[in-house]
Write a protein that binds this ligand. Structure first.
Ligand code: GLC
Length: 525
């Protein structure tokens, strides 16, 4: 298959694309310090081209003190030395484009790092000063102002407010090292536009927008309805005033207006909004091109649950110009091999889930290591780094388990990820068979399944929007795409007969015309 070089104009190239999420710290280390970097990504472009992905989403690589591993950005228009430098980024972009792979990057507008020069200036400036007006500095409540200004919790645990020596408090929906920016201040909006242009001018193909539903706060910052689960990842109801405020849409229109000045660029939002209609508002023609739909990522392994996830996602996009956008795993959630039970069962289900995800109409995001069937790792307490671990008072282990470096080759740590065994998170023993090298020659491996699936997905059977649900045995899901592809997923406790058609790909052995338990097949009708 010849790739289309991104230099040619292919409007809406993203509508059916497979994006590959590179968690930069964990993908590949090109410099031998145990931390993944831009050089590592560049060196693995041939692998990504062979895998057949259309585009990358690279997680934040900007200067950062790393209190949230790069999601605390000290300078949104630079490169963190641990990850490389600007010429290195340009070289990566050029090489990727030459191979027909588009490159999108993370935009972290909701907050900055406490090391951002604006925040340093704010701390050094008095209450009420313009420097403080870029953030949310407020006087406290209570007789001496020694209680936080409102009752908002931080997503990472504890209050969303921290007090500074002169007695004021500042808002941080995440860690105290991530102060929230105030987008009612035109200077803050103008700076975001400058960041967009900075990277668009360099040639990036788009952005993934972090916490896209959180960038606007309600005037007066009133108390919210106390929530049991304070996470960004909860099904936040309308009482959670931290997120999904109506005026956030005006900001997305500003972002879109900048993107529209450049041909063929796109943005996908991290929008943790579960109400189909409210989520669809982010996908109006002058807002985001795509919004992650996290329903697959949060669905239990069951026919009803998965069907509901698919239907909600399709209903969400139906009234919008956007295609659906499917996610099974990312750097914030347990990997799906583990979610589905781990071990052999988890892997079997993950293979079937991959065929479900890649058969659905729209966009698919593959998290680095999905294609190898990586599970989460049970890490010992002393190596945990996620701020959630500390902020929760060691009650929640956080997200490190899904961020362990990717194994490339060899039989022991660091499995070709780095030249040092001292990787930023330790890699477990026994991962030799999981490495990309070991899986490459094996027709039955997860990697081979993904390669075949991605190649087939480019064919005419996968054309067209929407799905037609087909009659299927109990506990099974079956649907047809307008182009003719039929996908059957067997979530029942027994093998079921193959539907009619020619088998294109199966996630597990089809014996005597039976689709195995936890198996999926693709057929052309
Ligand atoms: C998003 C990111 C997550 C990060 C948070 C704060 O949810 O995906 O990794 O911790 O935003 O930036």
């Amino acid at each position: 298959m010849t790739a289309v070089p991104p230099t040619t104009t292919t409007p809406d190239w993203w509508r059916e694309a497979v994006f590959y999420q590179v968690y930069v710290r964990s993908f590949a280390d090109g410099t031998g310090d145990g931390v993944g970097d831009l050089a590592g990504i560049r060196a693995h472009l041939p692998y990504l081209a062979e895998l057949g992905v259309d585009a990358l989403w690279i997680t934040p690589f900007y200067p950062s003190p790393m209190h949230d591993h790069g999601y605390d950005v000290a300078d949104p228009r630079g490169v963190e030395p641990v990850f490389g430098d600007l010429p290195g980024f340009d070289a990566l972009l050029a090489d990727a484009h030459e191979r027909g792979i588009r490159v999108t990057i993370d935009l972290v507008p909701n907050h900055s790092s406490h090391d951002h020069e604006w925040f340093t200036e704010a701390l050094a400036s008095p209450p009420g000063s313009p420097a403080r007006a870029r953030y949310f500095f407020r006087d406290g409540s209570g007789p001496h102002g020694d209680s936080p200004p409102n009752n908002w919790p931080s997503v990472f645990g504890g209050p969303a407010w921290t007090r500074v020596p002169d007695g004021q408090w500042y808002l941080h929906l995440f860690a105290p090292e991530q102060p929230d920016l105030d987008y009612s201040n035109p200077e803050v909006v103008a700076d975001l536009e400058e960041t967009l242009r900075f990277w668009l001018d360099r040639g990036v193909d788009g952005f993934r927008i972090d916490v896209a539903h959180g960038m606007a706060k309600p005037p007066g910052l009133p108390d919210m309805v106390p929530a049991e689960d304070t996470g960004l990842f909860a099904d936040d109801g309308p009482g959670d005033l931290r997120f999904d405020q109506d005026h956030v849409h005006a900001l997305h229109r500003r972002v879109r207006a900048v993107l529209d000045q450049y041909p063929d660029r796109m943005a996908v939002g991290e929008v943790w909004v579960f109400d189909d209609e409210r989520l669809s508002h982010y996908l109006r023609p002058d807002e985001l091109h795509l919004a992650f739909n996290f329903r697959l990522l949060t669905a239990e392994w069951g026919a009803d649950e998965l069907r509901a996830a698919v239907e909600h996602s399709l209903n969400t996009v139906a009234p919008t110009p956007a295609p659906a956008c499917w996610v099974l795993s990312n750097h914030d959630r347990p990997r799906h091999v583990t979610r589905y039970g781990g071990g052999e069962v988890g892997t079997r289900r993950a293979r079937a889930a991959a065929l479900l995800q890649l058969a659905l109409p729209g966009v698919a995001y593959v998290y680095n290591g999905d294609e190898l069937g990586m599970p989460d790792v049970d890490l010992p307490d002393e190596v945990l780094q996620d701020p959630i671990w500390e902020r929760s008072g060691h009650t929640e282990r956080g997200r490190d388990g899904c961020r362990v470096p990717v194994p490339w080759s060899g039989d022991e740590p660091p499995y070709g990820f780095s030249s040092t065994a001292d990787t930023w998170l330790p890699m477990p023993p026994g991962w030799g068979p999981l490495t990309a090298a070991a899986q490459t020659g094996d027709a039955d491996s997860m990697l081979s399944l993904y390669r075949e699936a991605l190649a087939l997905r480019r064919g005419p059977a996968f054309r067209g929007d929407g799905v037609e649900w087909l009659p299927a045995p109990d506990g099974c899901l079956a649907f047809r795409r307008p182009g003719g592809l039929v996908c059957l997923l067997n979530l029942s406790p027994a093998p079921v007969p193959l539907p009619e058609g020619q088998v294109l790909l199966a996630s597990g052995p089809v014996v005597d015309g039976q689709v195995p338990v936890d198996g999926a097949v693709w057929l052309s009708a």
